[in-house]
Design a protein. Structure first.
Length: 124
């Protein structure tokens, strides 16, 4: 069991003075979601943790290929940066107009698996 996090703030969720527990698969989903939504370089204790969203937006605006944006995501999901990650099981990307969608599946060392779809939009 793990502790439920508020996906907007990363803080633990507390009800009636107690932490809310969640299953390992949902906890792993939260870790990956937080990793992808953490700008690279913002974690004081680990500057290499996170996803380089600024570069992804810039590259997408320049019409970069799916492989360029996939490589940024693969770099963020490196198991040496997030110890719970065991492997990246699948990775796909497709463009819809000015947006790039990235769908990926990641396995954890806890024998759980999550699939997420992230959309990279051009900056306005």
């Amino acid at each position: 069991m793990a502790i439920l996090e508020d996906l907007r703030t990363g803080d633990p969720v507390i009800e009636n003075g107690n932490y809310v527990q969640v299953e390992d698969d949902y906890a792993f989903y939260q870790v990956i979601d937080n990793l992808i939504n953490c700008q690279l370089g913002t974690e004081v204790l680990n500057r290499m943790y996170g996803f380089d969203l600024k570069t992804a937006i810039q590259m997408n605006a320049k019409g970069a290929s799916e492989k360029v944006l996939q490589s940024l995501l693969i770099e963020a999901l490196d198991p040496s940066k997030e110890p719970l990650i065991k492997s990246i099981d699948s990775m796909g990307a497709w463009r819809e107009g000015q947006e790039m969608n990235l769908k990926f599946t990641v396995s954890s060392k806890l024998d759980t698996q999550v699939t997420l779809v992230e959309t990279i939009e051009n900056a306005v």
